[in-house]
Design a protein around this ligand. Structure first.
Ligand SMILES: C[S@@+](CC[C@H](N)C(=O)[O-])C[C@H]1O[C@@H](n2cnc3c(N)ncnc32)[C@H](O)[C@@H]1O
Length: 373
């Protein structure tokens, strides 16, 4: 279990107020990533533990592709205080039926467990209509949870223990605790996280120690998300169109720089990055307060340099752990640990002086070549 950093604690404390915890993933983005894992998902029990099945495209994806993927079981649970539960972004023209013990005016936490999806409409394949039929008529596929569906609850952890693979977009503000739990229970996972989260001390440490890595989607492509109506209105009022949101067919979609984290093997982790450039002090300036050079693109990593190098997040798209070692994040306490001294602002963030101008390069990762490749 992690010692949570100050930032993480703050994040956890304010989790319920984080608006970007309510970014709902589009089906096309799920399809684009998950199509790479078909072999790894075959015969597996899948758990989506932050997903209202009536709204979540993760549920939709797995239910519709249940037979094609050859899944053993799909378990989906939702979180009681979800602001849109059973309301705005409904996938189906049905609501969870009120069962004994449910107060029909309150939001409920429930679970769906599916072990088969049949071709109920007899059209030769399983589709959304079959999933809808299953939800309407599927016996005990839908049951009430005793608690609120928090992924940390005993009830949810009991389901986690049954699962082989966890796939979802969890609340961004709880990612550290969320990943910690997955790693502790030794589960396979395919999880959406913010790009920035790889700079969290705890998450970076997991990447560094080969417990998780980036999935197939490149770091440079953003994703658009469905957002609750009140947040959409707030985005339009307070943020810039194009960077924080886009309007697609009249609908406001939240925009975020995100990545997929997984611990399933991905091919790109084994590809060698061929290096052509030669090191010169002019082209690769050193930081003012760390013995490392600034490299502007992974393909420009000099083949004859074996010291520390500062690279952009996009390096992780090319990261092969046999070829490179991740050293650390050059900011704050993490920076101190790898030798960053105070910069001109009195902070332990790397600074760089070029053409007489000093600035703090934002968002770098410090890496080093491994000698053997
Ligand atoms: C970023 S949204 C994504 C929803 C859905 N997984 C998707 O991708 O469309 C995160 C979801 O986690 C739920 N959530 C927040 N805190 C949670 C908790 N402690 N345990 C389980 N789910 C939680 C929120 O209600 C929200 O629906």
């Amino acid at each position: 279990m992690f010692e949570l950093s100050g930032m993480a604690n703050k994040s956890l404390g304010s989790a319920k107020k984080e608006k970007n915890d309510e970014y709902y993933t589009q089906l096309t983005d799920i399809e684009n990533e998950l199509r790479h894992y078909s072999n790894q998902l075959k015969g597996k029990v899948i758990f989506c533990n932050c997903d209202d099945p009536f709204e979540s495209n993760f549920f939709k994806y797995f239910a519709m592709n249940f037979n094609r993927l050859g899944l053993k079981k799909l378990i989906v649970t939702c979180y009681n205080p979800s602001p849109i539960a059973g309301s705005q972004l409904a996938l189906f023209d049905i609501k969870p039926s009120v069962k004994k013990g449910m107060n029909k005016n309150s939001k409920h936490s429930y679970k769906i467990e599916i072990t088969e999806v049949k071709d109920y409409d007899g059209n030769g394949s399983t589709n959304l209509d079959d999933v809808e039929y299953l939800l309407k008529h599927g016996g005990n596929a839908l049951t009430l949870l005793n608690g609120d569906g928090d992924f940390r609850s005993e009830e949810s952890i009991a389901l986690l223990k049954q699962a082989d693979v966890v796939v979802t977009n969890p609340p961004f503000s709880m990612l550290i605790e969320y990943m910690d739990q997955l790693v502790r229970y030794k589960k396979n996972f395919i999880i959406v996280g913010s790009l920035h989260s790889l700079h969290y001390k705890e998450i970076f440490e997991l990447i560094r120690s080969n417990k998780l890595w980036l999935g197939h989607k490149p770091t440079g492509t953003d994703m658009l998300f469905d957002v609750p109506e009140d947040y959409a209105a707030e985005l339009v009022k307070t943020k810039k169109e194009g960077s924080s949101y886009k309007i697609i067919d009249g609908k406001v979609m939240g925009r975020a720089a995100v990545i997929w984290y997984t611990n399933f093997d991905v091919v790109k982790r084994h590809e060698i990055l061929y290096l052509y450039k030669k090191y010169t002090p002019e082209e690769y300036p050193k930081y003012d307060n760390l013995d490392a050079i600034e490299v502007n693109q992974a393909i420009n990593i000099p083949e004859n340099y074996h010291g520390y190098m500062g690279v952009f997040d996009s390096f992780l798209d090319k990261y092969n752990p046999d070829q490179f070692e991740l050293i650390g994040i050059p900011t704050g306490n993490s920076g101190k640990e790898i030798g960053v001294t105070k910069n001109y602002r009195g902070r332990t963030d790397i600074s760089l002086t070029r053409n007489g101008k000093t600035s703090c390069p934002y968002s770098r990762i410090i890496i080093q070549r491994k000698r053997k490749i």
